[in-house]
Design a protein around this ligand. Structure first.
Ligand code: BGC
Length: 250
């Protein structure tokens, strides 16, 4: 079965048709920069362009960078606040005529990593998946079942949101070395590890491929800490899986 997966991000909106049995893209990914300020109308317009680009008529899964419950956006930390209260899944269906499922972007990426990436080794375990970009997104898996919308990037650590302490946005903005940033990330992971006692913490997002630069500075964590394998297609693949299986619609 194939599903059009869409990943809505602060800088780009990306989509590709996905074979949900293998997690492979059936066509090259299509990316359109997120229009500023990323209002619902603007984003839906871009999604329509992606749907038209692929001539898509089947199901659509969309990952969004905020809390999404029953298709409705509840928070929007790094995108237009106009999203709060909007039914993303219904807006996509109205605009495209396609059945749509919407979920948090980190939950989507985590689903893909558990199914097709390094998470395959932790199917019977308790897993914390993180996607580290401008923000820090989180997805919790209890023996491969997703507990959605965990939002651990906003956990206050010494008075500051975890993502403002150790997100990749901060690393780039402040020009931190991998060592300095790795230590900050380590402090955040230590808190997550203490509060949740997961068996594994999987690190996704752009920084996953640089793990050998900062992994050695992550100390005092009992869980296995491992970089994700799927890189930047995870959000698209996971959104497609969620729609194929009609996950997180209630
Ligand atoms: C949002 C999360 C999102 C993460 C990654 C955070 O700021 O609150 O919902 O998963 O960024 O995009």
């Amino acid at each position: 079965m194939s599903v059009l997966g869409i990943d809505i991000g602060g800088s780009g909106i990306k989509g590709a048709p996905v074979d949900v049995q293998t997690g492979e893209f059936l066509e090259s990914r299509f990316r359109i920069p997120t229009p500023s300020p990323g209002t619902p109308e603007q984003v839906i317009e871009v999604i329509k362009r992606i749907v038209d680009h692929f001539g898509w008529e089947g199901k659509i899964g969309a990952g969004f960078p905020g809390v999404v419950q029953k298709g409705v956006v509840k928070t929007a930390a790094n995108v237009s606040p106009e999203w709060v209260g909007k039914d993303l899944a219904s807006l996509i269906t109205e605009a495209t005529g396609c059945v749509a499922v919407a979920l948090n972007d980190a939950d989507a990426a985590g689903l893909a990593e558990m199914r097709f990436g390094v998470g395959q080794r932790y199917q019977d375990d308790y897993v914390l998946f993180l996607t580290i970009g401008t923000g820090i997104g989180s997805a919790l898996f209890v023996k491969r079942e997703l507990w959605p919308n965990s939002e651990l990037g906003h956990l206050k650590i010494n008075g500051k949101d975890a993502e403002d302490r150790a997100g990749d946005g901060v690393r780039q903005e402040k020009g931190y070395s991998w060592k300095k940033w790795g230590k900050k990330l380590g402090q955040v992971l230590e808190v997550y590890d203490f509060l949740l006692s997961p068996d594994a913490i999987i690190l996704g997002g752009g920084v996953s491929k640089k793990y050998d630069q900062y992994g050695k500075y992550l100390k005092g964590i009992n869980a296995d800490v491992i970089p994700a394998e799927l890189r930047n297609q995870a959000g698209i693949v996971g959104a497609a899986i969620a729609a194929a299986e009609m996950l997180i619609i209630d």
